[in-house]
Design a protein around this ligand. Structure first.
Ligand code: HMG
Ligand code: MG
Length: 298
């Protein structure tokens, strides 16, 4: 018994590119995001308003935001770490802001240079200001299964962070398998705990496919009524501040699964294939998605 319609958020232009060393020219990013906008997808995270020294690939976030062609059927969001980032994002144009933090102290510190306790007031201000500006806010919660530095993370710890973010005003929570270690039994255990506090519509699942488990984990999440997932075209991605993080689950693989199950997404597979081949060519290396590779050889 699966949901009839699944909403995908394309995070390729943010999570996908942030770990890539080859700088993609601003004009090429814009062209690529415009291709993604034409695919029928409902949401695109188009860049990240973090410190350019931390993520050099996305230093052109403001220019990208100003130049992309806005499709009225697409919701454009961006990653925002603090008020300075929000100010830049509002200038560039966003429909929604994504704030982010980790459950585990060490990853949080390495990623955003703060303890978990120091992070809440920073995010609270961003959420308040974004809401005042009429924007939707998603809270990314990282290391919900395992931390690359501290090991296992318990559902209770995840719940504590999520409760706080919801109390501080986020509209939805994206649960991040940052280093792609989870197997379906871990997903079940976490979702059972999460769904005792939240509706399935408040939750987004964000799987990295480091060990090839993401599709199995998505199938498990569907059985819990989850209707929102993050994915990246071609399977591009990874967090440079999480040792061992590889790409997000490939949008193309998720589409193959969902459409094969008879679940609607509103997204055209051919358009996503073209967008994957476009960025693969610009990066000069094969992307991880098996669906992309097999369709390209047909
Ligand atoms: P910090 O050095 O502690 O910042 O970095 P600060 O507040 O002390 O400020 C230092 C300087 O940076 C100041 O400039 C600020 O103005 C400037 P100065 O006065 O020295 O000239 N500054 C900024 N400049 C531009 N844009 C900004 C900004 N903020 C401060 N937004 C900070 C803290 C959060 C900024 C930094 O650690 C950072 O940028 N981290 C980003 C790391 C990152 O992007 N990681 C990847 C994304 S998270 C992820 O991938 C996981 C996810 O996909 C989910 C999952 O998979 O689990 C979301
Ligand atoms: Mg991620």
């Amino acid at each position: 018994n699966y949901p009839d319609f699944i909403h995908l958020k394309e995070v390729g232009p943010r999570d996908g590119l942030q770990n890539e060393k080859v700088f993609i020219d601003t004009e090429d990013k814009v062209k690529w995001i415009n291709m993604l906008s034409d695919s029928g997808i409902g949401e695109i995270e188009y860049s990240s308003f973090v410190h350019p020294k931390w993520i050099p690939q996305l230093k052109d976030a403001r220019e990208v935001g100003r130049k992309i062609k806005r499709n009225k059927n697409v919701f454009y969001s961006a990653l925002v770490p603090n008020l300075k980032g929000l100010e830049h994002a509002l200038e560039a144009g966003i429909d929604g802001a994504s704030v982010f933090m980790s459950v585990s102290e060490t990853h949080n510190k390495k990623n955003i240079n703060k303890t978990v306790a120091e992070t809440y007031p920073v995010l609270r201000e961003v959420i308040r200001e974004a809401k005042t500006a009429g924007k939707n806010v998603t809270g990314y919660v990282s290391t919900v299964f395992d931390c690359p530095y501290e090991g296992k993370v318990e559902p209770e710890q995840v719940l504590r962070v999520c409760d706080q973010l919801i109390a501080d005003g986020v509209d939805a929570i994206s649960l991040g398998d940052t280093i792609g270690t989870a197997v379906p039994s871990q997903v079940e255990r976490l979702l059972e705990r999460m769904l005792s506090h939240f509706n399935p519509e408040q939750l987004i699942l964000h799987f990295h496919d480091t060990r090839g488990m993401a599709i199995a984990n998505i199938l498990t999440s569907l059985q819990y009524g989850i209707t929102h997932f993050d994915s990246s075209v071609g399977g591009l991605g990874g967090c440079p501040y999480a040792k061992g993080a590889a790409g997000n689950v490939a949008t193309n693989d998720v589409l193959y699964l969902l459409h094969g199950l008879g679940i609607k997404t509103g997204i055209k597979e051919e358009k996503m294939q073209q967008a994957a081949l476009y960025i693969q060519d610009k990066l000069g290396k094969q992307l991880p998605s098996k669906t992309v590779a097999s369709q390209a050889s047909n």
